[in-house]
Design a binder for this molecule. Structure first.
Ligand code: DAT
Length: 180
């Protein structure tokens, strides 16, 4: 089917998701440098747009005003050319993304990274469990077409480089396939 021109994006939107500490910002920083795509760090943008509401004591993090955040991002997402970085993914409109990468790490690696970050107690345990049960991967698979969801391990610098190469290759193909 023909896609109306106003829906066609000039460049793709990429979603990078995964448990906190799996390496999203590390990957996205490098990708943005290499590709010129815009890195949208959702937790930071939520703060800047005043989309954070009262503090959730149980999960030790602020509650996100999702509707306000989505409204604020709609225009930039329609243009395309964004790398969206967030630990959750189901509340974004499915139509925003051309591809979804779910970053993964093993428990010990993630444990070390999160303790270094200062996570302790329930917050630490919840995040480790989240990774063990592949919660974010399952969330992505049930929110987006399975053939656009890719799982990428990011435990070592070598894996980071492999992932960057893979995403850059994907991007080149997208531009080849979507030349106007
Ligand atoms: P996130 O944005 O998913 O919370 P991050 O990018 O801040 O994660 O990474 C957490 C820590 O792990 C940080 O100190 C950098 C390190 N790291 C990330 N990816 C890595 C990789 N592939 N190899 C080694 N260290 C990595």
């Amino acid at each position: 089917t023909q896609i109306p021109p106003n829906i066609k994006r000039e460049a793709p939107n990429i979603l990078v998701t995964g448990t906190p500490g799996v390496g999203k910002s590390t990957l996205c920083t490098k990708l943005a440098e290499l590709t010129g795509l815009q890195w949208l760090e959702i937790s930071k943008i939520a703060k800047d747009y005043n989309c954070l509401e009262e503090y959730d004591e149980q999960y030790q993090c602020p509650v996100l005003d999702e509707d306000k955040l989505l409204d604020g991002l709609e225009e930039v997402m329609c243009k395309g050319g964004n790398i969206v970085d967030y630990h959750s993914n189901e509340f974004f409109p499915e139509r925003w993304f051309d591809v979804v990468f779910v970053l993964r790490a093993d428990n010990t690696t993630l444990y070390d990274r999160l303790t270094t970050r200062g996570y302790t107690g329930k917050k630490l345990e919840d995040n480790i469990q989240c990774e063990i049960f592949q919660t974010i991967l399952e969330e992505a698979k049930s929110s987006y077409k399975e053939n656009i969801v890719h799982e990428l391990y990011s435990r070592t610098p070598e894996e980071l480089q492999d992932n960057i190469n893979r995403i850059c290759t994907w991007l080149q193909l997208w531009f080849q396939d979507n030349q106007s």
